[in-house]
Design a protein around this ligand. Structure first.
Ligand SMILES: Cc1cc2nc3c(=O)[nH]c(=O)nc-3n(C[C@H](O)[C@H](O)[C@H](O)COP(=O)(O)OP(=O)(O)OC[C@H]3O[C@@H](n4cnc5c(N)ncnc54)[C@H](O)[C@@H]3O)c2cc1C
Length: 464
């Protein structure tokens, strides 16, 4: 059922939407005084796209955004702050897109294990980290080299107590180690713009000069970060990723990744449970109505964006599976009680990494039990006994009695970014539509936030 309620002034967003048996929630924010109103430059009239009959009618709002993932929310924040009347349409029951958490029997699990790096420049601009109450992980990895041997390699600056372990266990010759440290220090200091100017290669080619450090450490670590086993990802993007790891310590909000989109969504006008079926440069059609706006931003995942915008080129998409387990032993008995990513350079099983998440953020599992997130590449069927065998190997403990809390098979984690892909793609299309999302920038939270800022600037320019 749809109710439509005209706003108090022409061009204001006065719709209240209810969608069938799953009622959409609709929040409104008042337009600041003096802010541009919908249709201002056209005496309140906007030409609709010819596909919609070329008729003239008052726009319902300045900007309609399809998708309340990180990119759509960022765009909505920028435009709302600039005084535009913005409405966001979200197909899901909550904001966040690929950054969602769910609660299962009082335990919080993120829908796919992921982290935020507080060194992301755009996250620093957009997010209130104190409000997120970030819980950091160890700035390093635990390398599982054999049944009996696990070696901690951590940044000596952030973990000085681990300097001996790190010095003893970093793989490679002395020359490779010196080269690698020099490169890391260079990346940390370099301006991201300068990094982007470096010749592009695959990550594998670029990292090969570090020999065993690349083969035995970086390849295993990065495959889980990039969802890319082959390391064909652009070295420019990998340089940015490594830079952020050197400059910031990855973390999760104390009560789940969902806190990030929830924070971005505060005060925005968002219709949940509202799937957009079609768009033109001036309309958004949901199942129950057509909303007119002066600008339309498609901020969906790349697959849906390509459906809504025929001809939009999207590349390969990566996939992954995350298992969430509760251990039968306390977190202090696992990975020395520390929140450190365990990786297996020999890849003796399906998992690319595993971490005792509750060692960083105990509130995820409030009953004090240890909650473990473990990830594999691909979203196919995995044999549970293979997963458990690998978990036992990684954690050096019998995991046969660990309880499965959830398994998330995600056929989209991030868009692939092979060498040669531009780090930035256009957010204004020839047909007059605007588009945002990690597929326009880098495949990360940072990229999604940047795409939101870029598209907002483009819309502001177009509507000026
Ligand atoms: C398992 C996993 C691990 C990750 N790990 C990391 C990490 O550690 N660090 C990092 O920086 N990044 C990580 N990422 C990537 C990061 O989460 C994404 O790059 C980012 O969230 C993408 O945001 P987006 O807004 O571009 O797209 P999305 O999150 O896909 O948002 C699109 C939104 O559009 C909505 N939508 C789609 N179709 C419609 C429609 N027809 N009508 C209305 N709404 C629609 C969707 O419901 C969704 O809310 C990870 C991702 C996954 C899945």
């Amino acid at each position: 059922m749809v109710r439509s309620m005209k706003g108090s002034s022409a061009g204001s967003c006065g719709l209240v939407i209810q969608a069938g048996c799953a009622p959409s929630q609709h929040r409104r924010v008042a337009r600041p005084q003096g802010a541009p109103s919908a249709g201002r430059d056209h005496d309140g009239l906007v030409s609709t796209h010819p596909e919609h009959g070329g008729s003239h009618r008052l726009p319902d709002c300045d900007v309609a955004i399809v998708g309340a993932g990180i990119a759509g929310l960022a765009a909505a924040r920028h435009l709302t702050t600039a005084g535009f009347n913005v409405r966001v349409f979200e197909a899901g029951a909550a904001v966040g897109g690929r950054v969602r958490s769910e609660s299962i029997d009082g335990i919080t699990v993120d829908i796919g294990f992921q982290l935020i790096n507080p060194a992301y420049p755009e996250a620093q601009r957009m997010l209130d980290f104190d409000d997120l109450s970030l819980r950091p992980f160890v700035a390093g990895v635990l390398l599982r080299e054999s049944e009996g041997k696990a070696s901690l390699i951590a940044d000596p600056m952030r973990h000085p107590a681990d300097v001996v372990s790190t010095a003893l266990h970093v793989p490679g010759s002395r020359l490779q180690q010196i080269r690698f440290v020099a490169e890391i220090l260079r990346l940390a200091r370099m301006n991201p713009r300068a990094l982007e100017q470096r010749p592009d290669l695959t990550a594998r080619e670029a990292l090969s000069r570090f020999g065993k450090i690349s083969d035995d450490l970086l390849a295993a670590f990065l495959s889980g970060v990039l969802f890319d086993d082959s390391l064909t990802t652009s070295r420019r993007f990998v340089d940015l990723v490594l830079r952020s790891f050197v400059r910031g310590t990855p973390a999760v909000p104390a009560t789940g990744m969902q806190r990030i989109p929830d924070q971005l969504a505060r005060g925005l006008d968002i219709a949940l449970n509202t799937r957009v079926r079609a768009v033109t440069p001036s309309t958004v059609a949901t199942e129950s109505e057509t909303v007119h706006a002066r600008a339309i931003i498609v901020a969906c995942d790349p697959r849906t964006a390509a459906t809504l915008i025929p001809g939009l080129a999207i590349g390969e998409l990566r996939s992954g599976t995350t298992w969430w387990h509760l251990a039968d032993s306390p977190g202090s008995a696992l990975t020395n009680g520390r929140p450190v990513l365990v990786i297996d350079p020999r890849r003796t099983g399906p998992l690319v990494n595993s971490v005792v998440l509750s060692n960083a953020a105990p509130a995820y599992a409030p009953d004090g039990r240890a909650l473990i997130a473990s990830t594999a590449l691909g979203a196919g069927q995995f044999d549970d006994s293979d997963v458990r065998r690998h978990l036992s190997y990684l954690h050096g403990i019998d995991t046969s009695r660990w309880d499965v809390v959830a398994v998330h098979r995600l056929d989209l984690t991030v868009p692939a970014m092979p060498a040669g892909t531009p780090l930035r793609k256009p957010v204004v299309l020839d047909n007059g539509l605007f588009v945002a999302g990690d597929h326009r920038d880098t495949p990360s939270l940072q990229g999604a936030l940047v795409s939101g800022r870029r598209v907002a600037a483009a819309v502001q320019h177009a509507l000026a």
